[in-house]
Each structure stands twice: as C-alpha cells, then as structure tokens.
Design a protein around this ligand. Structure first.
Ligand SMILES: [Zn+2]
Length: 137
C-alpha cells in the first residue's frame, strides 16, 4: 500500500488502541502512529525491500527505543507499525516478518497501488473519523 493509506490506517489503529482524551494525549498518538505507519518503508541498502524494516525484530527494537525516548508514543508506534505490516502482507510481494529468516509471507490478494490501496485508504480515513467522534462523545 502507499504512504497515505498506511498513515490513515496506522493512525486510526493507534488512536483506537490508546484512546487519548486530551489534545496533549493525542499528540504523541498521532505522531507515534504516523511514524510507525511510515518507518517500515525507510529501508537500508543490503536489507532488501520488505526485509528487516518490516520484521517483528524491527518492531520490537524500534518500539523499545521509542519507549526509552518518548514512552507515550511507543504503543501508538507499535500499533501503526503492525498495521503497516498487516496491510503489506495482503500484497503480492512478500514481507520477511521473521527476518533474518530468508522466507517471507504474502497473501497475494492485492497490488500495492491499485483499487485495494484506495479502498484501504478510505476505510482508514472513515475509521479515524469515527474514532475521533466516538472518543469525543
Ligand atoms: Zn511496507
């Protein structure tokens, strides 16, 4: 999926799990969620596309680092990271979830940049709006 889709679904997932009640609580959820939803696609040469950056090992290490630096953003980060990996697993290219294992997982249901991307982006935006409304009431 594309970046805006990952952000919409990732922030919605983070917001749904943490359920902040004030603007001060919402800020680290939104920033942590946005970071977690995008960081997977910042890949380093030598690790391969959807390699380490999309793995459970990266999820644990990066969440632990964030827990030390900005604890209030760690859980939203982890939720958004997980949503990114789950969305990518539905694609036709595999995700090396258990890196350094050489094999990857993919359901092969969708292309990352076609109709499913738009559908998931729409679902993410609606989910996020509903989450905002439900938390405010
Ligand atoms: Zn990805």
């Amino acid at each position: 999926m594309l970046a805006k889709t990952h952000i919409a679904v990732g922030v919605a997932a983070a917001y749904s799990i943490v359920r902040p009640e004030t603007a001060a609580e919402a800020l680290p959820v939104i920033v942590g969620g946005a970071l977690g939803s995008l960081i997977c696609d910042f890949e380093f040469k030598g690790f391969g596309h959807r390699g380490f950056s999309h793995s459970l090992l990266a999820l644990v290490l990066e969440t632990a680092i964030l827990q030390l630096l900005v604890p209030s953003a760690a859980l939203p980060f982890a939720a958004a990271f997980a949503s990114h990996v789950l969305l990518d697993i539905t694609n036709k290219k595999s995700v090396r979830l258990f890196y350094p294992a050489k094999w990857g997982i993919c359901l092969g249901w969708f292309y990352a940049d076609r109709l499913a991307n738009k559908a998931f982006a729409t679902i993410g935006i609606i989910w996020l709006l509903l989450t905002f409304i439900m938390i405010r009431t």
